[in-house]
Ligand binder design. Structure first.
Ligand SMILES: *Cc1c(COP(=O)(O)O)cnc(C)c1O
Length: 341
């Protein structure tokens, strides 16, 4: 089976399992877990922020950020294709009482300064007021687009001019940095807070990081507890997270595999797959007369797993557990399956 459903399907390496087994642990709710503390210090340094917090999931990291940055009734400014809007179960509304103001950031996946200004709303007797701008890099739903630092900076600086804090959903931050050859700290220099996942391309079994100023993280610790994310001997899962931080550079392999996959699929009559920036390949099967559901079914029959990503679009995500040889094999299998349908 060639599992390209997501980069979250990766299994922890022997090194990660060994790190978990040998981890020095303590009660992290008391701040006593040395492994968690080490991970938080290293993670904060990596993204150039004062402090960081280990959280169970990327979703919780984004939700905590929204809660800390805003007041109830504020508007959160997000792209219509943002993960926080499409795939976090309405959390901004339910957990932070936010009204979402969604706008189409377009193919480049980051709002222009003009868009930020157009959609930002100043608080008044009648108007909620914008409490947060949320960006996403890489941008998942737009096909793993790697947004250049200049675009992140421009959006963030405009928001700051309007006194609006900025959170970056960087679930795949390092994919963006590797693709653009950008230093992670430089990439997030202008955003107030950033979340990144250890459990995606970096290959850890569990966990994400939320980073920002010391004052922000102090509040985030309280919200994490309230959201049920205070963990005890969490060093057991933080230790593989530390190992995962060594996997940043190898994301380039996933990107190369994704290009090979996209080029191969694009050559199959009826399919079209633009060359990806990073590890997410989006295939349009309409030309083959196949809905995404039908196409995913055909692929499934030849043990190549993907996920529907719209009526005619399917997502394949290259990852740590899928080799170059398997990617080429996947193309061959899908070609046969589509041609013999
Ligand atoms: C996966 C993902 C998340 C959420 O991470 P989980 O750990 O699955 O909760 C948030 N944002 C983006 C862009 C993602 O791809």
């Amino acid at each position: 089976m060639i599992d390209l459903r997501s980069d979250t399907v990766t299994l922890p390496s022997e090194e990660m399992r060994a790190a978990a087994k040998d981890a020095e642990v303590g009660d992290d709710v008391y701040g006593d877990d040395p492994t968690v503390n080490e991970l938080e210090v290293r993670a904060a340094e990596l993204v150039g922020k004062e402090a960081a917090l280990f959280v169970p999931s990327g979703t919780m990291g984004n939700q905590i950020a929204a809660r800390v940055h805003t007041d109830p009734g504020h508007e959160a400014l997000v792209d219509t294709e943002a993960h926080v809007y499409k795939w976090e179960v309405g959390g901004f509304a339910e957990l932070s009482n936010l009204q979402i103001r969604a706008f189409d950031a377009g193919e480049r996946a980051a709002p222009t300064p003009e868009q930020v200004r157009e959609h930002a709303r100043e608080e008044s007797l009648h108007v909620a007021g914008t409490g947060l701008l949320c960006l996403e890099n890489t941008h998942n739903a737009r096909g793993g687009v790697a947004i250049p630092k200049a675009d992140i900076d421009a959006a963030a600086e405009t928001a700051h001019d309007l006194d609006i804090p900025v959170h970056l959903d960087g679930a795949r931050l390092f994919n963006a940095c590797v693709a653009l050859d950008e230093d992670p700290a430089a990439m997030v220099e202008q955003v107030d807070t950033v979340m990144f996942c250890l459990s995606k391309g970096l290959g850890a079994p569990v966990g994400s990081i939320l980073a920002g100023s010391e004052a922000f993280v102090e509040q985030a610790v309280r919200v994490r507890k309230q959201f049920g994310g205070g963990m005890r001997q969490a060093g057991i899962i933080a230790a593989p997270g530390l190992v995962a931080l060594d996997n940043v550079e190898r994301l380039a392999d996933d990107h190369e595999n994704a290009r090979i996959l996209a080029d191969g699929l694009d050559d199959i009559p009826g399919l079209s797959a633009p060359t990806p920036d990073t590890n997410i390949v989006v295939v349009d099967s309409e030309g083959a007369g196949l809905t995404a559901e039908e196409f995913v079914g055909l692929c499934d029959d030849v043990s190549v797993l993907g996920g529907t990503f719209g009526e005619f679009h399917t997502r394949f995500t290259t990852n740590l557990n899928v080799s170059r040889v398997e990617v080429k094999e996947a193309v061959e299998r899908v070609a046969k399956a589509v041609q013999s349908k």
